[in-house]
Ligand binder design. Structure first.
Ligand code: ADP
Ligand code: ZN
Ligand code: MG
Length: 491
């Protein structure tokens, strides 16, 4: 019947469930170390995180503290009393057969996070953020989840503290999701409760439906949200993948609806390699999980204690302060504050030398050259001292800023060498006053025509002579100083 393309004005509605691992020394309900990056499989386990009968969980104070920090950062209500539930399901990564999580009393409720600046500014509602334990991890050998020969399971990850952050369906486009994840990562990093570098430390399930645009006016009603068939895309593990998966899913659902066909309410899997979402199963419902109270963990009281947990200055506040205190523009301030390490680097340099110099060097030169090379800040995380030293060389007038930027910084990034090493090897140390004076004298002697033209009032003649001196000093003289010396000599 209606395979015909229909002319509908559709808009996307997206809500996220983001799982972030909290940085704690030990797991959420036992004393096993979470430092498992280089560990052999199943070596960071104990009866509690293996779910052996009779083992009793004890709640990690550090995980609760991290959750409270996040709650404060997103302006959430943190109820006096919260509690834990068991969420029952059967899967090999979950040895107990249930996950300890929060259900009807999450530790953070009704928060928000602002994304974008200026006219693009948007507030994304956060319905809840709750504590739970991470399951173990599965390794599909010889293929993907669909065609592997067999699957191995590693319980090192089981019991790592997780925060599940559930947003309201406030996103309207895939790129908004990407900005949100970037902002969330920033905030978590500033709070010192998250390691973005850690494999799988942020995982996203994205819920998406298409509705008629007119139904979005004044925010979609509960009925509209409920009646729209949505898919939940799982297995998204990066900001970029989230954007790609959602862009794919928007197109898929739109095509489906415009052909007059329904969108199945289902769980889909993001296949990163193929760049498509594939159907996994029909969506599970809450009742499938048979939630019941976790009797082994007493209710958690955070009322007085939460007041004593401080949070540091967050990216938005720091951005505004940088503008006010160091006189940098909005865009530069955003670049400088997007990562804590960068903001720290800038602030150190600005306080030590000069704010303008520090801003140019960090926001334009360093970030610009990294960007050009497709390098991330994490790729150079251990080289901040070198950038600092490079700026020091410029600030102390030991090399020209031109050489610093065009030779030293680029060589540092391309060849992995330190600034002093490059300066030495390329002979970029500023030429001493004597050498410059010598070169000035030579240039004047060797170019009588230019000298004559200069005295005849031709401006270009001076530029020519400056060029000659720069050539003689291998570009390491300061052009301003050369200019001045020439004028003095020729006067
Ligand atoms: P469930 O009962 O399936 O867990 P929730 O109401 O708890 O559903 O919402 C889960 C996620 O789905 C939330 O991030 C929410 O914002 C999002 N969501 C709710 N309705 C829609 C919709 N119509 N389209 C897209 N996402 C939605
Ligand atoms: Zn353990
Ligand atoms: Mg839900």
């Amino acid at each position: 019947m209606s395979q015909q393309v229909q002319d509908r004005d559709l808009a996307a509605v997206i809500g996220l469930e983001v799982h972030v691992q909290l940085e704690t020394d030990t797991k959420i309900f036992c004393g096993c170390s979470t430092d498992t990056a280089d560990a052999d499989p199943n070596t960071h386990t104990c009866p509690v995180c293996l779910g052996l009968p009779g083992a009793l969980p004890v709640l990690n104070e550090g995980a609760v503290e991290a959750a409270v920090k996040l709650g404060k950062a997103i302006d959430a209500n943190i109820p006096e009393r919260t509690r834990f539930h068991r969420k029952n399901y059967f899967y090999p990564d979950l040895p107990k057969g249930f996950q300890i999580t929060q259900y009807d009393a999450p530790i953070c409720q009704d928060g928000e996070l602002e994304v974008g600046t200026g006219d693009d500014r948007r507030v994304i509602g956060i319905e809840r953020a709750h504590l739970e334990e991470d399951p173990g991890s599965l390794q599909h050998v010889g293929g993907s989840i669909e065609d592997a020969d067999y699957t191995l399971v590693d319980y090192n990850r089981a019991g790592t503290p997780l925060m599940e952050i559930v947003t309201r369906p406030d996103f309207r486009a895939a790129d908004e999701v990407r900005s949100f994840l970037a902002k969330l990562t920033e905030v978590l990093e500033y709070l010192g409760i998250f390691d973005a570098e850690r494999d799988g430390s942020l995982r996203v399930d994205a819920n998406i439906s298409m509705v008629d645009s007119e139904d979005l006016d004044g925010g979609p009603s509960h009925e509209v949200l409920e009646s729209a068939n949505r898919t939940e895309v799982k297995n998204i593990s990066s900001h970029r993948a989230a954007q790609k998966a959602l862009a794919y899913e928007i197109t898929r659902q739109r095509n489906q609806l415009e052909r007059g066909m329904a969108v199945e309410q289902e769980t889909r899997h993001w296949d990163e390699a193929r760049g498509v979402t594939v159907s996994m199963r029909s969506k599970e419902e809450e009742k499938d999980y048979r939630y019941f109270r976790e009797a082994d963990i007493p209710p958690l009281e955070v009322s007085d204690w939460k007041e004593e947990i401080p949070i540091p200055e967050l990216p938005d506040a720091r951005r505004e302060r940088f503008q006010a205190e160091y006189g940098v523009g909005d865009e530069t301030a955003s670049k400088l504050t997007s990562r804590k390490a960068v903001a720290d680097l800038f602030e150190e340099l600005a306080d030590e030398y000069d704010a303008g110099l520090a801003a140019t060097w960090v926001a334009d030169n360093v970030l610009g050259e990294l960007n050009y090379r497709d390098l991330s800040l994490d790729d150079v995380a251990d080289r901040y001292d070198e950038f600092e030293r490079l700026v020091e060389l410029v600030a102390e007038d030991e090399i020209t800023s031109k050489n610093a930027e065009e030779v030293v910084l680029r060589t540092m990034l391309d060849e992995g060498r330190g600034p002093d090493d490059v300066v030495e090897a390329e002979g970029l140390g500023k030429t001493s006053g004597d050498e410059v004076a010598q070169a000035v004298t030579e240039a004047i002697e060797e170019n009588p025509d230019a000298v004559e033209d200069y005295h005849d009032g031709e401006d270009d003649a001076l530029n020519f002579l400056v060029g000659q001196v720069m050539g003689k000093t291998g570009g390491s003289a300061d052009p301003g100083q050369v200019n001045e010396l020439l004028r003095e000599e020729l006067a």
